[in-house]
Write a protein that binds this ligand. Structure first.
Ligand code: 5GP
Ligand code: ZN
Length: 123
């Protein structure tokens, strides 16, 4: 069974709606399994979200079949950073996970943040 078959689109999920085109988004990069698009409320000069096309709620829902998607997401994040001109200056990759992690959309996503100095620790 492929990743896409095992994790069907959720019609009530905004990121699944972006994947299937029902919700508009400014797409930066697309592959067979991963999509990158501009965050609707950017918190940095560069703020792109990288998601698997398949609906996976968060990293705790990964299994042996879907875990390789995480590596693909990081490769796409690198590509996004190069394309946006922040690869040399540096950037932050964030995956908010669950309620206390600050996750608000429960379709796994990697934030690519850059274009300014990031603070630490995060709030
Ligand atoms: P989280 O808080 O779950 O880590 O991040 C969710 C992110 O998704 C937020 O930065 C939010 O601005 C972004 N977001 C939520 N809904 C939409 C949407 O419909 N379109 C886009 N492009 N971004 C969204
Ligand atoms: Zn989804």
């Amino acid at each position: 069974m492929s990743v896409m078959e095992s994790t069907p689109v959720r019609h009530d999920c905004p990121f699944c709606q972006i994947v299937d085109g029902r919700l508009p988004a400014t797409r930066i990069f697309e592959s067979e399994t991963v999509l990158a698009f501009e965050d609707i409320h950017p918190v940095a000069p560069v703020h792109v979200l990288v998601i698997p096309r398949a609906h996976i709620s968060d990293p705790s829902a990964l299994d042996e079949t879907t875990a390789p998607l995480m590596g693909e997401m990081f490769l796409v994040a690198r590509r996004v950073a190069e394309q946006k001109g922040i690869a040399a200056s540096g950037y932050r990759l964030v995956m908010n996970t669950g309620r206390d992690g600050g996750q608000s959309v429960f379709h796994m996503h990697l934030h690519v943040l850059g274009g300014r100095m990031m603070a630490w620790p995060p709030g």
